[in-house]
Design a binder for this molecule. Structure first.
Ligand SMILES: C[S@@+](CC[C@H](N)C(=O)[O-])C[C@H]1O[C@@H](n2cnc3c(N)ncnc32)[C@H](O)[C@@H]1O
Length: 283
């Protein structure tokens, strides 16, 4: 649904309603960073195109344990794609306990611009300047209208058009301040913008992690297969791809090793990744 309720403006009694959402205005007001959880909750409300920035610290303990065991005593170059605010990157960095050569925390939507109109309604835009969301104390309006009824689509469009009245915009980095501080202190950590559909042009990775991004609800199978081919091509020979998904309380993942000619399945956890079948079998 393109229209949701902003939890901030409704009585607590209603907070369990399905369309109730956290308040993204706290990102703009700098009130979201009290804990890693609260920052992630505010970032998770944002939706760029068809993709929510949903994330939460502590959601991938099984794949973190698996990777920590595989890289004990080694120094892999890690490329984490679609990392959102980097909460899960902080978790993996913690599990690796310093045993990495370089860690690239990447996302296509690494920042957001925000502004306020005369009536106090907040607007958020993506890197191209397109309005993705507006927020008032009671309502959130999303630009991605999906297949909502026509009346709702038209209403959402009209309400978002108010972004034209905003005269000044500010940009905020959607990465948790703890990770930003860590990247300043440790030159082996880089935060960068990267598109999963484009080739990686940096240091050759030994490990590529893609979690909760290549989802059939977000992208067609053809697009997912293309993204996997493009990213696997960047892997070092002997390098590893790990695809992770969080379904309800469960964590599923599949790990693959790159050989000279193919990607070989190494391990499946709890039925494996939903998109494991789309990993290229040959190059
Ligand atoms: C559901 S979140 C997953 C966050 C984190 N990996 C996790 O598992 O908690 C998906 C992330 O993918 C990012 N994303 C969407 N399209 C992308 C693209 N084309 N390339 C890279 N990242 C993208 C979104 O901005 C969002 O932060």
């Amino acid at each position: 649904m393109p229209i949701k309720l902003n939890r901030a403006g409704w009585p607590r009694l209603l907070s369990a309603l399905p369309l109730m959402s956290d308040d993204p205005r706290s990102l703009a007001l700098g009130r979201s960073g009290a804990t890693r959880e609260s920052f992630s909750q505010s970032v998770s409300v944002l939706k760029f195109g068809t993709t929510f920035k949903t994330t939460l610290p502590g959601r991938q303990p099984d794949s973190n344990r698996f990777l920590a065991a595989r890289y004990a005593g080694k120094a892999p170059v890690v490329l984490d794609i679609g990392a959102s605010d980097g909460s899960t990157s902080l978790d993996l960095l913690g599990a690796l306990a310093g045993q990495f050569g370089h860690y690239f925390v990447t996302d296509f939507n690494i920042s957001v611009r925000w502004g306020v109109d005369m009536r106090g309604r907040y607007y958020f835009t993506d890197a191209s300047g397109a309005c993705i969301l507006s927020a008032s104390p009671r309502w959130l309006i999303y630009a991605d209208v999906g297949d909502a009824p026509l009346a709702l689509r038209l209403l959402a469009k009209r309400l978002l058009s108010g972004s034209r009245d905003v005269s000044s915009w500010e940009e905020i980095l959607l990465v948790h301040p703890e990770l930003v501080a860590l990247a300043h202190a440790d030159p082996r950590i880089t935060i960068a913008r990267h598109d999963v559909f484009s080739p990686w042009a940096g240091m050759r990775p030994d490990l590529i992690k893609i979690a909760n991004l290549l989802n059939r609800c977000y992208f067609s199978e053809a697009k997912i297969a293309n993204a996997l081919r493009v990213q696997c091509s960047a892997l070092a020979i002997g390098g590893r791809l790990i695809l992770v998904e969080n379904r309800a309380e469960r964590e599923q993942f599949s790990a693959f090793i790159r050989t000279t000619t193919s990607m070989q399945l190494e391990h499946s956890h709890d039925r494996g990744s939903d998109v494991a079948v789309l990993v290229p079998t040959s190059f």
